[in-house]
Design a protein around this ligand. Structure first.
Ligand code: HEM
Length: 392
């Protein structure tokens, strides 16, 4: 009798467990076949062939193909961390921008080389703890330390940030040997990575600037405009950002990056009528629609001054990942500008047109409300170039 009672209890427990699991699978959109699709096929289960499937045999139930694809994609996307130096890594909710100088000693150079060669490992320490948070880090090296840190020919366009002085505004050039652009959906992952990184770098570097940026609503800057719309997409991203063998055979796969930390005069900006703000930016504020360019020779909008064409009418894009930062309590409201480009001259041309004006004198009116406190230029070597620093 006792044996029968125990058997009944076990059967009830097993049935309850099965019902609960089914509920869970359903809420996650996972059916039996789909579970195997993610986990890899079990030797004990024969695949149920799906005859209408043109992409080859797959485990599927009728009418569930799209959810299977989504699940497989999700599984792949969160299977591995994002490699370091992927400048096109996703836009995230949080980012930290670190600019440091490297102490002028052989010991400091040695430490920096060793730490940079291990960026991949330090990133993994953090990224694996929540793959969905899309942690990514890119390191840029400044012209002043390129030779001693990289020990390789300098990228052909790399030089310290070039100052641009207009009649009213200056794009200042400030020190910076290394840039760390640290991104994640989670602020705590950025924080943890920075902590581990700085522990390892120790006294070999001096902090110049540490800015923590955040996403503001629908990727708006603190001036209230959607920022990043005209970024390249698809194949144009690589074409705009990644140095090729034709450009510079020593640093293939790398990218130039320019950063500037701007603070805004919000009181003055907020006094402007919305139409004036829109004319300054070149887009409508609420629905982000691009406005027509002003006639040639008249005051141009920011988006026009930042659009660069060569003499053949070929347009050159850059990849921006600007982030708002600030502290309302201390009245600080800013935009951290970061632009990646395959060609440094493209960003410099943008800065010249913004600060000196095009035509000269008609500077970017955005600068009457936004002042750059910093300005530095770096080159982001490919991940394999960084890893090789560990060889000696
Ligand atoms: C205070 C700093 C800045 C703010 C708040 C800002 C904001 C904006 C906004 C709202 C747009 C329009 C939407 C878009 O396409 O993203 C824009 C466009 C753009 N900005 Fe800026 N920007 C700043 C600085 C810069 C700097 C320093 C550069 C380059 C050196 C730059 C390059 C561009 C480019 C290339 C575009 C796209 C132009 C096009 O339509 O093709 N921005 N910016």
């Amino acid at each position: 009798m006792e044996a029968v009672r125990l058997w009944r209890v076990r059967r009830t427990r097993a049935a309850t467990w099965f019902v609960q699991m089914k509920k869970l699978w359903r809420t996650q959109g996972i059916g039996d076949g789909e579970t195997r699709l993610i986990a890899g096929e079990s030797a004990h289960h024969k695949p149920r062939p799906n005859h209408d499937d043109r992409d080859g045999p797959r485990l599927s139930l009728p009418g569930r193909r799209s959810s299977q694809f989504q699940i497989a994609e999700r599984a792949n996307m969160s299977r591995v961390p994002i490699e370091p130096q992927r400048v096109e890594a996703p836009l995230t909710q949080s980012a930290t921008f670190l600019v440091v100088t490297v102490e002028d000693s052989p010991e400091a150079t040695k430490v920096v080389r060793s730490v940079l060669s291990r960026i991949d490992d330090i990133s993994k320490n953090v990224s694996i703890r929540d793959l969905a948070a899309q942690f990514a880090c890119t390191v840029g090296i400044g012209a002043k330390v390129w030779d001693r840190v990289m020990g390789l020919p300098r990228p052909s366009e790399l030089h310290p940030f070039r100052e641009f002085k207009g009649a009213k505004h200056v794009a200042v050039s400030t020190p910076g040997d290394l840039l760390f652009h640290i991104r994640s959906e989670r602020r705590d992952l950025c924080f943890e990575f920075e902590k581990q990184l700085l522990d390892l770098l120790g006294a070999s570097v001096k902090m110049v600037d540490e800015t923590v940026g955040f996403r503001y609503f629908d990727v708006r800057d603190l001036l209230g405009f959607v920022d990043g719309t005209a970024n390249p997409v698809g194949a144009a991203v690589q074409a705009s950002v990644v140095v090729t063998a034709d450009d510079d055979s020593h640093v293939v796969g790398g990218s130039y990056v320019v950063v500037q930390k701007y603070v805004h005069d919000m009181a003055a900006w907020n006094k402007l009528p919305t139409e004036t703000q829109e004319a300054i930016i070149g887009r409508t504020k609420w629905d982000n629609v691009e406005l027509d360019d002003a006639p040639e020779g008249k005051q141009a909008a920011h988006k026009t001054l930042a659009s660069i064409e060569d003499e053949n009418g070929v347009e050159y894009d850059i990849l921006r990942d600007n982030m708002p930062f600030g502290n309302p309590g201390s009245g600080e409201f800013g935009t951290y500008f970061i632009g990646y480009s395959r060609k440094l001259w493209v960003i410099e041309k943008m800065l010249e047109r913004m600060f000196v004006g095009y035509p000269p004198g008609l500077h970017d009116r955005l600068l009457d409300y936004s002042t750059p406190l910093t300005g530095s230029t770096f080159f982001v070597p490919s991940a394999s170039m960084l890893a090789r620093l560990g060889n000696g």
